[in-house]
Design a protein around this ligand. Structure first.
Ligand SMILES: Nc1nc2c(ncn2[C@@H]2O[C@H](COP(=O)(O)OP(=O)(O)O)[C@@H](O)[C@H]2O)c(=O)[nH]1
Ligand SMILES: [Mg+2]
Length: 339
């Protein structure tokens, strides 16, 4: 095994520790670059390989960015992930769909104009928290904006310590601006609405290797490439996960991520007089008291509650479907704590 090549793909101790002695001797570790219905493309020290999943492994359980073990062209198992972006699958609502694995950084892109929306940005930040990925806010089109610093301030106010980068994605030095996150061994993905400059940034980072046009996320036409997601090498080292599924992702099973992102509100809510306080007009509401004292923003409280309720609805739909699918085999699904 060429340690240097594996390391450049992001291989590290925590992954190596998951292999048994037998696996070390007989199998190879590979990074998934694309997932098809019955076939997986991966990259290892010997270059690109095509794999068939073992009978115990379904390609629906494999995400771009995953590390897996393979032997003789057969993908045996997926190694535990450091991070995972997943969403409620479109259509049936029965399954959670894995989108991207082992990301280090989510580059959340908006532009310094009307696209910028604090609530949407917050949703992406919660998604990053749920996935276990470090978020970086990238604000493009500074060249068209009279006061880009006001956008920086608004983004930075969303979370203490949040990294915010201002950028002219078209003419600026994109690689230098994003160098702290886009480097050997690191994996990043771009997230943001259409037209904000994701493809422009991807092209700058990869030297034009990223697919430029948006690819349909379903396989209605029966094509072999089912997802359009792929892992692309960045010019300065490191990897970009390019996926149309990342343009917008509905929150589902994001209760923990919401709690992490809004940790101050979550903690305050524990001090409310009533455990089921809705923070509207109840006596002894710690959040209302904090708003009255000017310690927290009422608008933020509102957005927090909206995200919680959206997540609850999506997670309940998913859980109901799973429970129905498993009825007879299992008891009722687990309820989330809180609201
Ligand atoms: N002036 C300016 N135009 C930009 C910037 N970033 C992207 N664009 C333009 O905005 C349009 C949409 O960019 P694109 O990368 O396709 O956005 P995507 O939909 O997020 O992938 C294109 O015409 C880009 O050339 C920027 O920082 N400044
Ligand atoms: Mg694009």
């Amino acid at each position: 095994m060429t340690a240097g090549l594996l390391a450049s793909l992001g291989w590290a101790e925590d992954l190596a520790a998951q292999l048994s002695a037998e696996e070390v001797a007989t199998a190879s570790a590979l990074r998934v670059t694309a997932v098809h219905r019955a076939r997986i493309e991966a990259l290892g020290p010997e270059g690109a390989v095509d794999l068939i999943p073992a009978s115990t492994l379904s390609t629906s359980q494999v995400a771009v960015g995953d590390w897996l073990l393979a032997r003789d062209g057969v993908a045996l198992r997926v190694l535990d992930r450091r991070s995972l972006v997943a969403r409620k699958a479109a259509g049936t609502g029965v399954a959670r769909q894995v989108i991207a694995a082992n990301l280090d950084t989510l580059l959340i892109v908006s532009s310094c104009n009307a696209d910028f929306n604090a609530a949407r940005m917050e949703r992406f930040l919660v998604l990053a928290a749920s996935a276990g990925v470090e978020p970086v806010v990238v604000l493009t089109k500074v060249d068209t904006c009279p006061d880009p610093e006001s956008f920086r301030a608004e983004a930075a106010a969303l979370k203490r310590g949040l990294a915010v980068v201002l950028l002219d994605a078209k003419r600026g030095d994109v690689r230098a601006a994003l160098a702290p996150w886009c480097k050997p061994g690191r994996t990043v993905a771009l997230l943001g609405s259409s037209g904000v400059g994701k493809t422009t940034i991807a092209n700058a980072l990869t030297g034009g290797q990223a697919p430029v046009q948006d690819i349909r996320d379903d396989d209605a036409k029966g094509r072999h490439t089912t997802t359009g997601r792929c892992l692309v090498a960045m010019a300065q080292g490191g990897w970009l996960i390019d996926t149309p599924g990342m343009r917008e992702v509905q929150l589902s099973d994001a209760f923990d991520g919401i709690g992490l992102f809004f940790d101050d509100l979550t903690e305050l809510a524990l001090q409310c007089k009533f455990r089921n306080c809705t923070h509207q007009a109840e006596p002894g509401c710690a959040l209302r008291a904090a708003i009255a004292a000017g310690e927290i923003d009422a608008v933020r409280l509102d957005r927090w509650q909206k995200l919680l309720s959206e997540d609850q609805t999506n997670s309940d739909t998913l859980q109901t479907a799973l429970t129905r699918a498993a009825s007879g085999r299992r008891g009722p699904g687990k309820r989330k704590p809180g609201r």
